[in-house]
Design a protein around this ligand. Structure first.
Ligand SMILES: [Zn+2]
Length: 138
C-alpha cells in the first residue's frame, strides 16, 4: 500500500505518569520501545492534538494507567512515518491487525511511528493537574 499522506507539522506523543517520569519535562528525548507483537522498537505518535481515546488506541481497557495523562509535542517529524504505510503494519496477520486496530474502531490513519529517538517538548498546557501519586505506581 502506498499512501500519499501529508506529513503534519507536529505530531503528539501521549503517555502516562510512569513514562513521563522516564522522559522528564525538559530536554525531552522520546525513545523507541519494543512492541511485543511487532518485535521492533517504536515510538507511537498521533497527528491529532486532542485525539479520541478509542480512535488513538489509548483506552484504559487493558491497564489502569491513563495513557493520555501527559502530552509531548514533536516538531522534528523527519523520522516519523505513517503507520498505515509502514512495513511494520504489513507484518501483522489479519487477526492481529484487527485486534491492533480495534476491529475498525480505531483511526489508524492518525497513527504515526518512529524507529528513531525524537526530541520532544513537554506540553504543560495539556495537564495542569497534579501528578497522581496513588496506587497506579508499580
Ligand atoms: Zn503507567
Amino acid at each position: 500500500m502506498v499512501l500519499r499522506v501529508t506529513k503534519p507539522e507536529h505530531v503528539y506523543h501521549f503517555t502516562c505518569a510512569h513514562s513521563r517520569k522516564d522522559i522528564g519535562t525538559s530536554n525531552c528525548l522520546l525513545l523507541p520501545h519494543l512492541h511485543p507483537w511487532l518485535g521492533v522498537k517504536l515510538i507511537w505518535l498521533t497527528s491529532e492534538a486532542s485525539p479520541d481515546r478509542r480512535k488513538t488506541g489509548l483506552t484504559m481497557d487493558h491497564q489502569s494507567c491513563d495513557r493520555m495523562a501527559f502530552r509531548y509535542i514533536v516538531s522534528d517529524v523527519e523520522n516519523c512515518r505513517p503507520w498505515l504505510d509502514s512495513s511494520e503494519r504489513a507484518t501483522l496477520g489479519a487477526d492481529q491487525l484487527d485486534a491492533f486496530e480495534d476491529g475498525g474502531e480505531a483511526a489508524p490513519d492518525q497513527w504515526w511511528i518512529s524507529s528513531q529517538p525524537l526530541r520532544a517538548r513537554f506540553d504543560r498546557s495539556w495537564s495542569d493537574k497534579p501528578v497522581p501519586n496513588s496506587s497506579v505506581w508499580p
